[in-house]
Design a protein around this ligand. Structure first.
Ligand SMILES: [Zn+2]
Length: 202
C-alpha cells in the first residue's frame, strides 16, 4: 500500500469467502486517467501505481475511465494499465451527475465512453455510476438499467467507500498553499482510514 495513498478515487469492494475467515477485496480506481497535474504528473502517477500494485501482489485492479480528456498521454496511461493486466471499464464521457442530466444525454455519455475504450486490452463492459448516483427518477433508473442490460454491461457498484478522494483534496490543497506535508504521518493516517473503512463496511 506504500504508494497507493497518492492516488485518488480508490473504491474498494469486499467479497467474503463462504465459511472461512478469508476475505477478498477488489481495488478499483475511478476517473482514470486523472488530470496530469498535482504531486505527480500523469505518466509518473501511472508508473508508480502500476509498480505499487505489482509489488504488493495485486495482480488485477480495475480502472474506470472517463474519456473527455483522453489525449495521447492519457491513452498511453490507460494502455499501460491494461498491458499490466488491469481492467479498463466505463465511467462515462464527462462524469455527469445523473440527477442533473436527462436520460437520453446520460445514455449518450455511456456510449461515447464505450466507443473510446472498447478496444483496449482487458476492456470489460462494466459501468460505474459517477458519484455512485443511479437516478433521481424511476424513469432514469430503469432506463439506464435497461440500456446497460441491452449492451451486455453490468453495474460495477461498490460496497466500501473509503473517502480517499477527500484526503487527496486536502493533500493537493496543502501542497498548493505551500504547506509542509509530513508524508510518514499522511501514510499512516491514510492506511488507518482505509483499514477502518474496510472493517466498518465488513
Ligand atoms: Zn468518478
Amino acid at each position: 500500500m506504500k504508494l497507493l495513498f497518492f492516488t485518488a478515487a480508490i473504491v474498494l469492494s469486499l467479497l467474503f469467502a463462504n465459511t472461512t475467515s478469508a476475505k477478498q477485496i477488489a481495488f478499483t480506481f475511478d476517473d482514470a486517467p486523472r488530470q496530469a497535474t498535482g504531486y505527480f504528473d500523469g505518466p509518473t502517477r501511472a508508473k508508480t501505481l502500476i509498480k505499487a500494485l505489482k509489488d504488493h501482489g495485486i495482480k488485477q485492479a480495475a480502472f474506470f475511465a472517463t474519456t473527455r480528456h483522453l489525449n495521447e498521454e492519457g491513452k498511453a496511461r490507460l494502455r499501460a494499465y491494461a498491458n499490466a493486466g488491469h481492467i479498463i471499464a466505463n465511467h462515462t464521457h464527462t462524469h455527469p451527475d445523473i440527477n442533473k442530466t436527462s436520460l437520453e444525454d446520460y445514455l449518450q455519455e455511456i456510449t461515447t465512453a464505450h466507443n473510446q475504450i472498447k478496444d483496449y486490452p482487458n476492456f470489460k463492459a462494466w459501468f460505474r455510476f459517477p458519484y455512485l448516483r443511479e437516478g433521481d427518477t424511476q424513469q432514469k433508473r430503469d432506463g439506464v438499467r435497461a440500456h446497460l442490460a441491452k449492451n451486455g454491461y453490468r453495474n460495477a457498484y461498490i460496497t466500501l467507500n473509503n473517502y480517499d478522494w477527500y484526503i487527496e483534496n486536502l493533500f493537493q490543497d496543502a501542497l498548493k498553499n505551500g504547506k509542509e506535508v509530513d508524508f510518514d504521518k499522511l501514510k499512516e493516517f491514510y492506511i488507518n482510514v482505509i483499514i477502518q473503512g474496510a472493517q466498518y463496511y465488513d
